[in-house]
Design a protein around this ligand. Structure first.
Ligand SMILES: [Fe+2]
Length: 140
């Protein structure tokens, strides 16, 4: 099981909540693999995970831009790279079958990636304000 710990906290509540959800979905995937769930169920979990991850990346990138996070560009590049890796996994699962070794690889590498990524990139948010400039207030 993957465990959330204080080292992962960026201090930006919506981002932290999404990272927790990412980890929760990875746990659910691992449980399904370990329980020998059928191909359809496991692939469905991976498709749902991919959709969630892509939505999270877009929301996190927009948030970093809003608050002027210095890691914004590095974050976008890392997200693109992981999204490509995920595309390749889904292609393999769709056309190459679903051997348990590949399912475990998706889980293991996703978990390793998100743990490393939060600590090395997303935690740059700690030095940023939690909200961007309020565009509704009149210019001075
Ligand atoms: Fe990120």
């Amino acid at each position: 099981m993957s465990h959330w710990n204080a080292h992962f906290e960026t201090g930006h509540l919506s981002i932290d909540a999404e990272h927790r959800e990412f980890l929760r979905q990875l746990d659910a995937l691992k449980e399904a693999i370990d329980a020998g769930a059928g191909r359809e169920k496991v692939v469905e979990l991976i498709v749902v995970l991919q959709r969630y991850v892509l939505g999270h990346f877009a929301r996190e990138e927009a948030h970093m831009r809003r608050v002027g996070c210095p890691a914004h560009d590095a974050n976008c590049a890392a997200h693109r790279e992981f999204a490509l890796k995920f595309d390749r996994w889904l292609e393999l699962l769709t056309y190459g079958g679903t051997p348990v070794s590949l399912l475990l690889e998706v889980h293991r590498e996703s978990l390793a990636w998100i743990n490393h990524h939060i600590l090395k990139v997303d935690c740059a948010l700690r030095s940023c304000p939690t909200h961007g400039p309020d565009k509704s207030s009149p210019a001075p």
